[in-house]
Design a protein around this ligand. Structure first.
Ligand SMILES: NC(=O)c1ccc[n+]([C@@H]2O[C@H](COP(=O)([O-])OP(=O)(O)OC[C@H]3O[C@@H](n4cnc5c(N)ncnc54)[C@H](OP(=O)(O)O)[C@@H]3O)[C@@H](O)[C@H]2O)c1
Length: 494
């Protein structure tokens, strides 16, 4: 995730994630050699006095990057962030809202004037010259030392936009070839573009796997969106999601957002200090180092949401992961579509707008897009991640911790689930006892419903037909025989 920005060069390629380091035309205060613990600039020292340009700073990872830089490198000169107006909000409004966010509480405590270090620059990355005004271009050319490029559209199926829409739509399948979606295709393209510049720029590329809530910083479990696993966890916690297609035994390569940010800042330092001859690619993953599987995620998410339920759950959390297509379709029908149909009917009858089927359609689309990644095992090379760690001083390893061997998964998942409740849904933690009570009520409703269903089936189908009664008695007596056989054999063994 790194590139240099000499002589005002434009950064193209939304869909890529990169960091950029000191242009060769900049005076440098870096030591030229050394190993960890030697006479060498520490990561914090490296960022001292630097002007950093960040794209995607309003996004999930960008915000965490801004926060971490301001908190751990308070002597950084300024953070220039490229922002576009959006959803009727001006650039200034968006940035001032962002800085009020709870994420910045710790920085605010240390330095109430931290906002003075953030300089927003109006930019739209899909436009020529990134739509940066000529004055801003001059200003950036004159002062920027490092660029972190985090902006991207993270919609997996975003249509490609190059020429006539119909032509692009026609050729998209041939362009992306074996890749599962336009997201991975444009990521690969952007990496190629960045790598072509490696003779002129110091570049590092960070490839995180599936980025989740923070592990430790600034607070355990911090998360602010429904993207990827967070939306799936919330849907499961609310009792809406009952099934998902994934391989229970496949590694779920989740990586906490603060780990990615720590590695990114360390990679920025390494790229500038050591100036590797070619752009290094850092796979920022957990699978090969501290694996955790989809089946384990399911177990821990469900039990976490039973201990600390979300408010007003639709049903008790109980989602099953399966890799079998037919079983998956069966559960979709029985546990998703059928209840949605009934609920929408109820809403219609009570004069409200039906919405459940619409929610399920969106959910099915979202989990469908994840399927390619959740149904297979992935192996990533973590050599550069390990190499980078070995280059850090003991102090930097603590401050910019990305040693995922220390990650305790059950604890992380528990904090992640709590984080979705606290930071995404803004639910009050003091309401947890009431939420537990609500789950108990739902369980009682389900027991009552199941009992009534059995009685209904008995009355309508079994009690009325001699043949059905005979089959029923036969099945029941068979069960009893089995039970007595097992009881007898266990008594003999004892
Ligand atoms: N999240 C993951 O699981 C994951 C995994 C691997 C890699 N990554 C990569 O990590 C990077 C950050 O991801 P994220 O999760 O933080 O994404 P995110 O929350 O969606 O943030 C994306 C950022 O990019 C900005 N952006 C997108 N299009 C833009 C445009 N045309 N002009 C200006 N800004 C634009 C967005 O600005 P607005 O606020 O104006 O929309 C936002 O700040 C991306 O490169 C992503 O591909 C993410």
């Amino acid at each position: 995730m790194s590139t240099v920005l000499p002589e005002g060069r434009d950064l193209d390629g939304v869909g890529e994630e990169a960091a950029a380091v000191d242009g060769p035309n900049r005076p440098t205060d870096l030591c030229s050699s050394g190993t960890a613990g030697g006479n060498m600039t520490s990561v914090v020292e490296y960022y001292t006095g630097k002007n950093v340009l960040i794209t995607g700073a309003t996004g999930f990872m960008g915000k965490v990057l801004v926060e971490k830089l301001l908190r751990t490198c308070p002597e950084v000169q300024a953070l220039y962030i490229l922002v576009r107006p959006k959803a009727g909000q001006s650039m200034q409004q968006r940035v001032s809202d962002m800085m009020k966010c709870k994420l910045f509480d710790r920085v605010r405590e240390d330095n109430p004037d931290f906002h003075q270090k953030i300089i927003p620059i109006s930019s739209e990355l899909t436009q020529p010259g990134l739509a940066i005004s000529p004055e801003d271009q001059e200003r950036l050319k004159a002062c920027i030392n490092i660029v972190f490029h985090c902006a991207a559209t993270i919609r997996f199926d975003e249509p490609l936009k190059w020429m006539d829409d119909d032509i692009v739509l026609d050729i998209t399948p041939r362009l992306i070839g074996d890749r599962p979606n336009t997201y991975t295709y444009t990521k690969a393209l952007a990496e190629c573009v960045v790598q072509q510049e490696q003779d002129k720029l110091n570049i590092g590329i960070i490839r995180p796997s599936i980025v989740g809530a923070s592990w430790q910083e600034p607070f355990p479990g911090w998360i602010d969106n429904f993207n990827g696993p967070s939306g799936v966890f919330i849907a499961a916690g609310k009792g809406i999601l009952r099934t998902m297609r994934a391989n229970n035994d496949a590694v779920a390569d989740l990586i906490p957002v603060d780990t990615v940010v720590n590695l990114t800042l360390a990679a920025g330092w390494y790229t500038a200090v050591h100036r590797p001859k070619t752009a290094l690619v850092y796979n920022c993953t957990t699978g090969g180092i501290n694996p955790f599987h989809w089946g384990e995620i399911e177990h821990h998410v469900m039990s976490s949401f039973k201990r600390n339920p979300l408010d007003q759950a639709f049903r008790r959390p109980n989602a099953n992961i399966t890799s079998n297509y037919l079983i998956y379709q069966y559960w979709i029908l029985v546990s998703h579509k059928f209840p949605a149909l009934i609920y929408d009917l109820f809403l219609r009858l009570s004069g409200q707008k039906p919405q459940m089927m619409r929610i399920f359609n969106r959910l099915h689309k979202a989990i469908g897009l994840l399927e390619y990644f959740s149904s297979q095992d992935w192996e990533w090379n973590s050599e550069n991640m390990n190499m980078l760690m070995s280059q850090l001083t003991a102090e930097d390893r603590k401050t910019f911790n990305f040693d995922v061997r220390q990650l305790n998964w059950p604890e992380y998942i528990e904090n992640y689930c709590l984080g979705t409740k606290k930071y995404v849904l803004n639910e009050d933690m003091s309401d947890i006892p009431a939420a537990r009570q609500h789950l108990r009520k739902l369980r009682n409703i389900r027991y009552t419903f199941n009992t009534l269903l059995v009685v209904f089936i008995w009355r309508v189908f079994i009690a009325r037909s001699q043949m059905a009664r005979n089959i029923w008695y036969f099945v029941v007596s068979l069960c009893f025989k089995f039970l007595s056989y097992f009881r007898a054999s266990s008594t003999l063994t004892n």
